[in-house]
Write a protein that binds this ligand. Structure first.
Ligand code: C2O
Ligand code: CU
Length: 502
């Protein structure tokens, strides 16, 4: 009962907050903003609900805790006692009812990354709800419309860069037995509890000021007790991505473990295993390969692609890939190398006898054929139907290290002009990266098709100086965050709102 009262109250406030946000930059915008709790949002949700809908209930308890990341104990914030948080699992069409009891010493929120869900459950404070205060409770309740591999994380500050993330798998009831086993593989870049928190890292980045030598305060970062972090920005270069990140992390993890004490994924020779791979990192793209094996990529961001073989996969923050592997006989390294950085994450795949690979193993597959999400082709079933574009928006990506500021169309989020659309329109977004870093751009509430004829995705790597177009059907009314999934970039301004208007 208290839940219901509280939720009603919050929804009322959220609608106002949404309107206020839009009012700031809405000069010249036609019509009225479609609020997070509006009739249009309720109608879209009602249309998603099948008769006799099954309910899946879960509880998340974000809190401060100590976790073992594989031979090192760190203080962090997590969903319970473990990192990653609990695996949530539902079938497409189910109603998810997730109670969040916030035991953190800070306000939080939970965002359901990649899901085309009802807007008022999208978990973005300031756009779709009030933050969940310390000690407070919020109940998320929404239909999971599409099968696939998703994840959840806070949309509050840089909390994602703590241990606050978990995987949500939405099963396809009509999919049968194309694999013998399934492993969930979550990649992360780790700093929390190693002498500084992500908030400390952000504070140091934003304290950097422009100076005559153009290096800003970055020299200070090198001497300022970064506790194992090698410095910022300069030097983190990738042949595939250009500028590859701002933060040189002390650790990289697979399923919460460092390479010195990795998780073991166990199977049998000849088994066909589906790997659901999630990059939950905040500032790191990972290049992933399984020694002695090829990967057959079957899904990207939850949606099926025409299966394609690859030696390695490059995975931006917020991207997910499902791959199939047929297991050999032995012990093999599953390596996720921090692209353009020093260090890697590791899991051991064991299907037979043999010594476990060393922590610094570097399988040859890592430097063979590397696939990106932009290389994939959708299956016919999910290909975006051809239609003429009704509304186009340019998103010019800009920014600088000193001052630490990242922008869309020259503005940080607080000053950003919303991207107006109307329900039913075909919309084109044109990402124009004018920086020398890559940005994994993420759209909430929708899955776009990469032009022309590319995969269906919700997060896509945009390389330095690249222009990339994506199209989608405006079929999910409300106010939706659109941002870089480098969480430090998003927090330093690289975010705007896709705004449905009447
Ligand atoms: Cu995982 Cu707004 O994002
Ligand atoms: Cu970015």
């Amino acid at each position: 009962m208290p839940d219901i009262t509280r939720r009603t109250l919050l929804l009322g406030t959220a609608a106002t907050a949404g309107l206020a946000t839009l009012g700031l930059a809405g000069c010249g915008s036609p019509g009225t903003a479609v609020g997070a709790s509006s009739e249009a949002v309720r109608a879209a949700e009602a249309a998603r609900r099948p008769a006799g809908q099954r309910v899946v209930s879960a509880r998340l308890a974000p809190k401060a805790t100590t976790v073992d990341i594989g031979g090192r104990s760190v203080q962090t914030w997590a969903y319970g006692e473990n990192v990653p948080g609990p695996l949530l699992r539902a079938r497409a069409g189910d109603l998810l009812r997730v109670t969040v009891d916030n035991a953190l010493p800070a306000q939080t929120s939970v965002h359901w990354h990649g899901l085309a869900l009802r807007n008022d459950m999208d978990g973005v404070p300031g756009i779709t709800q009030e933050p969940i205060r310390a000690g407070g409770t919020f109940q998320y309740e929404f239909t999971a419309p599409h099968p696939g591999t998703y994840f959840y994380h806070p949309h509050s500050g840089v909390q994602l860069d703590r241990g606050l993330y978990g995987v949500l798998v939405v099963d396809d009831p009509s999919e049968t037995g194309r694999y013998d086993a399934e492993w969930v593989v979550v990649l992360d870049d780790w700093v929390d509890g190693t002498g500084q928190t992500p908030d400390d890292v952000l504070a140091k980045l934003t304290a950097a000021q422009a100076t005559d030598d153009g290096m800003g305060g970055m020299g200070g970062m090198d001497h300022g007790g970064m506790g194992g972090m090698g410095g910022m920005g300069e030097g983190m270069q990738s042949r595939l991505l250009g500028g590859a990140g701002d933060i040189d992390y002390p650790h990289y993890l697979v399923n919460g473990r460092m390479p010195s004490s990795p998780v073991t994924l166990t199977g049998r020779p000849g088994q066909r295993v589906r790997l659901r791979i999630v990059n939950a990192g905040s500032d790191t793209a990972f290049r992933l390969a399984l020694g002695g094996h090829r990967l057959t990529v079957t899904h990207s961001d939850g949606f099926p692609v025409q299966p394609v073989a690859a030696d390695a996969l490059l995975i931006g923050m917020g991207e997910r890939f499902d791959v199939l592997v047929t297991l050999g006989d032995g012990a093999f390294p599953l390596v996720a190398s921090a692209e353009g950085k020093q260090g890697q994450a590791l899991a051991v795949v064991r299907s037979g006898k043999g010594a476990a690979p060393p922590a610094d193993v570097s399988p040859a597959e890592l430097t063979r054929r590397v696939l990106l999400g932009t290389d994939l082709t959708p299956t016919d079933a999910v290909r975006l139907p051809n239609r003429s574009v009704d509304t186009s928006h340019d998103l010019v990506l800009g920014g600088s290290m000193a001052p630490y500021r990242w922008t869309i169309n020259g503005k940080t989020f607080a000053d950003s002009a919303p991207l107006d659309v109307r329900q039913g329109e075909r919309v084109r977004l044109r990402f124009r990266n004018m920086t020398m870093m890559f940005h994994p751009m993420h759209l909430h509430g929708h899955t776009f098709g990469i032009a022309a004829g590319g995969a269906r995705k919700d997060t896509v790597i945009v390389r330095p100086m690249q222009t990339l177009q994506v199209d989608f059907q405006a079929d999910n009314p409300g106010q939706w965050a659109t941002h870089c999934h480098n969480i430090y970039h998003a927090e330093a301004g690289m975010m705007t709102t896709l705004s449905y208007r009447t």
